[in-house]
Write a protein that binds this ligand. Structure first.
Ligand SMILES: C[S@@+](CC[C@H](N)C(=O)[O-])C[C@H]1O[C@@H](n2cnc3c(N)ncnc32)[C@H](O)[C@@H]1O
Length: 282
């Protein structure tokens, strides 16, 4: 499972960087976490200078230690900065701004696009990948309909309560939660309003069969980092009787891998207009 996630996240990083044709001298990663984007960029462009930004001091320290162990300490800097402002990052200083699964957590996403635009040099590239959770969240409403329709079978109502603990419902709550408040069209609009041009956006939808898993492994998982794990939901939101009904229904399917998992990823890239190129000196 961990190996699969590592392969998948490495693939996301490569796809973000594939949009960059000219090797950048400077790159800033928004919500850099433990440094996924930075290590991918360093292996492509060994001379690049990278600024990792995050709101988590612990993750920045972790990335700093990793940079040292990779012999890349002199090329990496670590800045505590909110994506909405990128405070302390100098205007027009970066050739490339990246982000992977970080803007999803940001409340004021338009402000993040404006901040990325500000710190990019004219002609600089923004390339990001963000998950789209909205469809999964909307499926909570579908389960709610099923729960009301089947009064003699307790399972749909229990499944609806489970899903509602992972993804809020109804529609108004989706708008309040930063990870479900946006669509791919919204991100495209925010980038355009911030001033980016030559925008390209791709929605990559992947449906695959879940691998067979132990029940305990399944219980430790959650569909996104802000959701409680299935085990926590079972323990805190259901009675012993309800837990038994849910486990009897779900455990055989989990252990056989008898359901599919759909993931949706938005890739977006654009360029800050190069005013000098448009107006060459006379
Ligand atoms: C799912 S992790 C992704 C980390 C990394 N980008 C990667 O691809 O592995 C989300 C990251 O976004 C950061 N983050 C969340 N909200 C943020 C904000 N408002 N400004 C900057 N970073 C933020 C978190 O601290 C975390 O490191």
């Amino acid at each position: 499972m961990r190996a699969h996630v590592a392969v998948q996240t490495a693939a996301f990083a490569e796809k973000i960087l594939n949009h960059v044709q000219t090797p950048p001298a400077t790159m800033l990663d928004i919500g850099s976490g433990d440094g996924l984007m930075a290590w991918a960029a360093l292996s492509r462009w060994p001379r690049i200078d990278i600024t990792m930004t995050d709101i988590s001091p612990a993750l920045l320290s972790l990335a700093q230690r990793e940079a040292a162990s990779r012999g890349a300490a002199s090329q990496c800097s670590f800045v505590l900065a909110n994506a909405e402002t990128l405070e302390s990052i100098i205007d027009n200083s970066q050739d490339l701004v990246t982000s992977r699964s970080a803007l999803a957590y940001v409340v004021d996403k338009p402000a993040s696009f404006r901040a990325a635009f500000r710190v990019l040099k004219p002609g600089g590239i923004l390339s990001i990948a963000e998950p789209l959770f909205r469809e999964q969240a909307l499926s909570t409403s579908k389960l709610q309909e099923a729960a009301y329709a089947e009064t003699d079978n307790p399972l749909p109502a229990l499944l609806h309560r489970w899903k509602a603990a992972q993804f809020e419902n109804p529609f108004d709550s989706l708008q309040q939660n930063p990870i479900t408040s946006y669509t791919e069209q919204n991100l495209l609009g925010f980038a355009s309003q911030a001033g980016f041009e030559n925008l390209q956006m791709e929605l990559h939808v992947e449906e695959r069969q879940a691998p067979p898993r132990g029940w305990e492994v399944f219980c430790a998982m959650s569909p996104h980092p802000l959701a409680p794990s299935s085990g926590e939901i079972l323990a805190t939101r259901f009675s012993a009787v309800e837990r038994r009904i849910l486990e009897a229904a779900l455990r055989p399917r989990v252990e056989k891998g008898a359901f599919s998992i759909t993931s949706r990823m938005i890739y977006l890239c654009g360029c800050k207009p190069n005013i000098q190129a448009l107006n060459p000196p006379a």
